[in-house]
Design a protein around this ligand. Structure first.
Ligand SMILES: NC(=O)c1ccc[n+]([C@@H]2O[C@H](COP(=O)([O-])OP(=O)(O)OC[C@H]3O[C@@H](n4cnc5c(N)ncnc54)[C@H](O)[C@@H]3O)[C@@H](O)[C@H]2O)c1
Length: 244
């Protein structure tokens, strides 16, 4: 199957790295025009330079209302429409209740949770007016089962927000689903302090390995495309059997 996203326009946040970058490349390969919003200007621009016909980089802090409005406006000016929103940008902070400051807590809530609210409100409004679209929200396995404070809470919130948004938007022709990746080999897992712990942990995953970001991007592609036309408000797990 080719061109599964022909004539579609997608916004992917956190598209400069890891899962978001894999999704941007895959969506572009499948015929979409992709706008990646990310704080990482160097990596984001490099990816856009690699695919000048199909990928555009816009600097964006997903916690900022103005930046969301700018990404929406740039996308509409350049491509005239929006069909797909992938709320993918996120951070993880490996701390406990007793070492995390309230400032750190508020920051993770802004980046992982408030960002998804803003994306649905600001970009989702375009899809709603069009009466068509798909929103994919990146939660985590920690949106289903416990992990670290802050990360777990915000990823549960993304899962809940997906339900609220899908209930509101289903009659308007817009689908909203959440994805729940397990352990994926990206800078988030491989460049932190816990690399050795994560590698050890991966040996105990039923499939005995981490996933590559492309394996998550494939699920995003399915949910972004019309192939998933009757799925909304649902949770899609990609975890090598960890939660079975
Ligand atoms: N890697 C995993 O094992 C794993 C597992 C479950 C869920 N996830 C989720 O997948 C998503 C992507 O993670 P990844 O593993 O590709 O991580 P990553 O660190 O490789 O990529 C995240 C991207 O988000 C961007 N970003 C961070 N804060 C931002 C902000 N305020 N505004 C805009 N962009 C911002 C970063 O610059 C980076 O390019 C995240 O939501 C993460 O929580 C990852």
């Amino acid at each position: 199957m080719v061109n599964r996203l022909e004539n579609k326009v997608a916004i992917i946040t956190g598209g400069a790295s890891g899962i978001g970058a894999a999704a941007a490349k895959l969506f572009a390969k499948e015929g979409a025009k992709v706008v990646i919003g990310d704080l990482n200007v160097e990596a984001g621009q490099a990816l856009a330079n690699e695919f000048p016909e199909s990928i555009t980089f816009v600097k964006q802090d997903v916690a900022s209302v103005e930046d969301w409005e700018n990404v929406r406006d740039v996308t509409l000016e350049k491509y005239g429409t929006i069909d797909i929103l992938v709320n993918n940008a996120g951070i993880s902070v490996a701390k406990s209740f007793f070492t995390m400051s309230v400032e750190e807590y508020r920051r993770i809530v802004e980046i992982n949770q408030v960002s998804v609210f803003l994306g649905i409100q600001i970009v989702g409004a375009v899809l709603k007016d069009k009466g068509y679209g798909s929103i994919v929200n990146t939660s985590s396995l920690n949106g289903l089962v416990a992990g670290a404070v802050g990360y777990t809470d915000t990823k549960f919130a993304v899962r809940g927000m997906t339900k609220a948004a899908s209930a509101e938007l289903a009659p308007q022709g817009v689908r909203v689903n959440s994805i729940h990746p397990g352990v994926i080999e990206t800078p988030m897992t491989m460049e932190g302090d816990a690399v050795e712990q994560i590698k050890e942990f991966a040996k105990h995953i039923p499939m005995r390995r981490m996933a590559q970001p492309e394996e998550v991007a494939n699920l995003m592609l399915y949910l972004a495309s019309d192939e998933s036309s009757y799925s909304t408000g649902s949770e899609f797990i990609v975890d090598g059997g960890m939660s079975q």
